[in-house]
Write a protein of this length. Structure first.
Length: 397
């Protein structure tokens, strides 16, 4: 074996072992006529806390993903380089290596040091952070939505959006253990709008977590659905579909494991929560938006400290609504937490309601939550709000 090949194989195994492996791309198949893959990409992924290698085989226009243990991945990479592909491109944390195999079994290995263009610049605290979707690695949906430029760098004016997307993806990562461990993860995104976060969800499951996913993005606006469907076509994504429709009317064809509702307007959040609960959805993530329902019903003399000031009346109504939503989800069989979504400098609507379906019925918690809710509604002298009405209608409370 030539010393260049030996060196390449050593680089592959050592970089995987010491964690400096970033990716490898195998292209130009030796046997062009064969029906096998025309290209294979390998990248590290974390699946349920374990480091794995994800192999993406491109066969025609299809992509097939396989996650394998590190040792198996290294052995497969060495076989691809030895027998299957002429060109190998290996990226480690500090260099890029290109190996070109000649027809007579020769191998030429060249090294290029990482240029500043590929390293994460050290200009601010935020850029130092290790993001699940990193700056500096081309990410198709971020490029298609203009957040990254074509070299994989985040545009300066898009950095806030980039951070928001990454923070969101961390919330998804934190609930992965509450989703089924195998098979396709079915997701619905209610009121998906421009769908940065819908695409981020697909990217996370497919490329960070190495899972098959099927996502329906639902919005009542035809124009946003058209724009998002064009991106799907452009990126050749076969696991997202966008549909025009109202949240209250949507019926999924499959069991939904994860329901998302981010900044859906006013009571659309309640329709999303009620629908997700009625399907027994495993995980619900909702960031409510503007809320007018309670503000309109709350008698001004009940909470004069708030109601004498319009802004406080509005904020109090909003907080009370979210507290009631969280409580109702508890009553309906979920463990619910209200968390800060992203910091206030980007949006004032930054409360995330995270609900994880309980696997056993916790009668004590449910009973306590019901009593708390009744006492709260009596105090405010308000009738059941929309979420409660819907859950009662579905006999879920
Ligand atoms: C503020 S945007 C949020 C978009 C996206 N989820 C995000 O966080 O970036 C709210 C979206 O919800 C959609 N929407 C509101 N109420 C809806 C309903 N009842 N059914 C379907 N879509 C709805 C709107 O058309 C809009 O595109």
């Amino acid at each position: 074996m030539s010393s260049a090949k030996e060196k390449l194989y050593l680089l592959m195994s050592e970089s995987v072992l010491d964690g400096t492996f970033r990716k490898a791309v195998f292209s130009k198949p030796v046997n062009k006529a064969a029906e096998g893959p025309i290209r294979i990409d390998v990248r590290p992924v974390t699946v349920k806390g374990l480091r794995k290698l994800q192999l993406t085989r491109r066969i025609g226009t299809q992509e097939r993903h396989e996650n394998v243990d590190a040792a198996d991945g290294v052995a497969q990479m060495q076989r691809f380089a030895e027998f299957k592909f002429r060109d190998v491109h290996l990226t480690t944390s500090d260099a890029e290596w290109s190996a070109r195999h000649g027809k007579k079994g020769t191998c030429k290995l060249t090294k290029r040091e990482m240029t500043a263009d590929y390293s994460v610049p050290n200009t601010s605290h935020n850029r130092d952070r290790k993001y699940l979707i990193p700056d500096g690695e081309p990410c198709p949906f971020l490029m298609a939505t203009g957040i990254m430029s074509s070299n994989g760098r985040v545009r300066a004016q898009q950095y806030a959006k980039f951070r928001q997307i990454n923070r969101y993806v961390e919330f998804i990562r934190d609930v992965v253990d509450h989703l089924p461990g195998d098979g396709t993860v079915n997701v619905v995104d209610f009121g998906c709008g421009k769908s940065y976060l819908t695409f981020a969800t697909q990217y996370f499951f497919r490329h960070v977590s190495g899972r098959d996913v099927h996502i329906t993005g639902l919005d009542r606006r035809q124009d946003v659905v058209d724009t998002c469907s064009n991106i799907v076509q452009q990126l050749k994504l076969d696991d997202i579909q966008f549909r025009v429709g109202d949240i209250a009317d949507f019926q999924p064809a499959e069991h939904i494991h994860l329901a998302i509702s981010l900044h859906a307007c006013d009571t659309a959040t309640d329709d999303a929560l009620a629908a997700a609960v009625s399907w027994g959805t495993d995980v619900i993530l909702a960031v409510p938006c503007c809320q007018h329902e309670l503000a309109a019903q709350l008698q001004k003399d009940r909470q004069p400290l708030f109601s004498d000031h319009g802004i406080l009346h509005e904020k109090f109504s909003s907080l009370a609504t979210d507290a009631m939503r969280a409580n109702l989800l508890d009553c309906a069989g979920y463990n619910t937490r209200v968390m800060e979504f992203i910091d206030m400098e980007h949006t004032a609507k930054n409360l995330l309601i995270r609900a994880l379906k309980r696997t056993n019925s916790d009668i004590a918690t449910t009973g306590r939550s019901r009593e708390q809710m009744q006492a709260f509604c009596q105090q405010l002298a308000i009738p059941p709000l929309r979420l409660q009405q819907k859950l009662e209608e579905y006999e879920l409370l």
